[in-house]
Design a protein around this ligand. Structure first.
Ligand code: PGA
Ligand code: ZN
Length: 424
């Protein structure tokens, strides 16, 4: 029923208008699954790398070689294998590529294929992907982490901080969390318009950050929550992705907005000050991926109170997660399947975090499509948090909306307070 019969690669387009890889897999029982590789802009150096053609077409972003790998070597290796044995398929992909960062066949070719295999299995079983992944045991929906202002590499570095997000931590359920976020997003748009600062949206759909300082964005975020009739810090809390690797390395950080340079300690102090002044419960990549001492110090100072997520530092790698746990650097991992390259490796990073009592946030990339796989991963793996970007643009809304469909079967309940380090 689940023996792989065909593997087809198709060039499709992502939310930045760039080519990307879609893999379509058919199994013996007739089940068909397909998945599309997303693409990051603020990538960690330890990620699986996409294979891009690097020539004249589409600014070097074309993926003809990655597609040739899917249709050629990958198809040859996978046809005849059992799609239901995800681990065996992923191991075959890893061995076939043969590089530590999947650069030969391309992380894009490999992750699209790995995810398509899971979809084909679910189709053959006649159940939704979340059900196929987790034996249907999921009983809760993940808490959404939703961007209101985009910044950093997703907004021409207009402000330093990459994601100013909200989490409806006081919401009754997943549906209410979306309702509240919609109200905050609407209120933020109105406040931006009233202040003559409405200049469209950034890559992930958050408002373009027309602010003079990073703090001005935080102030506007708090005002937006209030203007939506919600209580900051009680009903709706703030979550930031500093993405510090984008503006610093070797312990030196350049705040472009203010023309200031800070050392690791200085950046930490600034962020700790924000934790005092704003209702922030989660901070991602507070220091650069190479500033492990800084991450350890920041975790020691703030890790009891807030979630500290490693993205560029941990790159969805189980070994790195274990090393972070050992060192006391961060207390949560961002799980992006395409950073790992296969679903099995992403799941291993997720499991390593959960086993240690860490948080794990299943996440989209800044370059996305209509693909909704990550929603099913978060639910099927019984994940507690989901990060998808903002509350606008269909590559984002497709995912939030898929969650609403899934919730009709799973139930809309969010995980209990005890599932969150900050005690939702
Ligand atoms: P990216 O950003 O997808 O552009 O890497 C997302 C993030 O940093 O979380
Ligand atoms: Zn990040």
């Amino acid at each position: 029923m689940t023996e792989i019969q065909s593997v087809h690669g198709r060039r499709v387009w992502d939310s930045r208008g760039r080519p990307t890889v879609e893999t379509e897999i058919q199994v013996a029982g007739g089940g068909v699954g397909r998945a599309i590789a997303p693409a990051g802009a603020s990538t960690g150096s330890g990620e699986a790398v996409d294979l891009r053609d690097g020539d004249q077409t589409f600014g070097g972003y074309d993926v003809r070689n990655a597609l040739a790998a899917v249709e050629g070597e990958i198809a040859k290796a996978l046809v005849g294998m059992d799609a239901a044995d995800q681990n065996a398929v992923d191991q075959a992909l890893i061995a076939l590529d043969g590089t530590p960062n999947k650069s030969r066949l391309g992380g894009n070719a490999i992750v699209a294929t790995s995810m398509a295999v899971a979809h084909a299995t679910a189709a053959a079983r006649g159940v939704p992907l979340w059900h196929s992944l987790g034996d249907g045991t999921a009983r809760t929906m993940p808490l959404p982490e939703i961007q209101i202002f985009g910044g950093g590499a997703h907004a021409g570095r207009r402000v330093d901080v990459q994601d100013f997000m909200v989490m409806a931590t006081g919401a009754e359920d997943y549906a209410e969390a979306l309702d509240w976020t919609a109200r905050v997003y609407l209120a933020a748009g109105k406040l931006m318009a009233d202040a003559d600062k409405l200049q469209g949206v950034a890559d992930e759909g958050g408002y373009w950050p027309a602010f003079d300082t990073n703090e001005a964005a935080l102030d506007m975020l708090v005002r937006s929550i209030e203007a939506a009739g919600l209580v900051p810090g009680e009903q709706v809390t703030i979550s930031l992705d500093i993405a510090a690797s984008e503006f610093g390395s070797a312990g030196r950080y350049r705040l472009g907005l203010e023309g200031r340079e800070l050392d690791s300690n200085g950046l930490s102090e600034m962020l700790l000050g924000w934790l005092e002044r704003y209702p922030i419960v989660s901070v991602e990549d507070p220091l650069g991926e190479d500033d492990v001492a800084g991450l350890i110090a920041f975790t020691a100072a703030a890790g009891e109170k807030v979630q500290i997520i490693g993205d560029d530092y941990l790159v969805t790698n189980a070994e790195r997660v274990r090393s972070g746990i050992e060192k006391g650097a961060c207390n949560a991992v961002l799980v992006k399947p395409n950073q790992a390259g296969t679903l099995s490796e992403a799941k291993a990073a997720f499991d390593a975090a959960m086993a240690a009592g860490w948080g794990a946030v299943v996440s989209a990339r800044s370059g996305e499509t209509e693909d909704v796989t990550i929603v099913h991963l978060a639910v099927g793996w019984c994940g507690t948090q989901l990060k998808v970007g903002s509350f606008a643009r269909s590559e984002r809304m497709a995912k939030w909306n898929e969650g609403l469909r899934v919730a009709e079967t799973v139930g809309s309940a969010l995980p209990p307070v005890s599932a969150f380090p900050w005690g939702r």
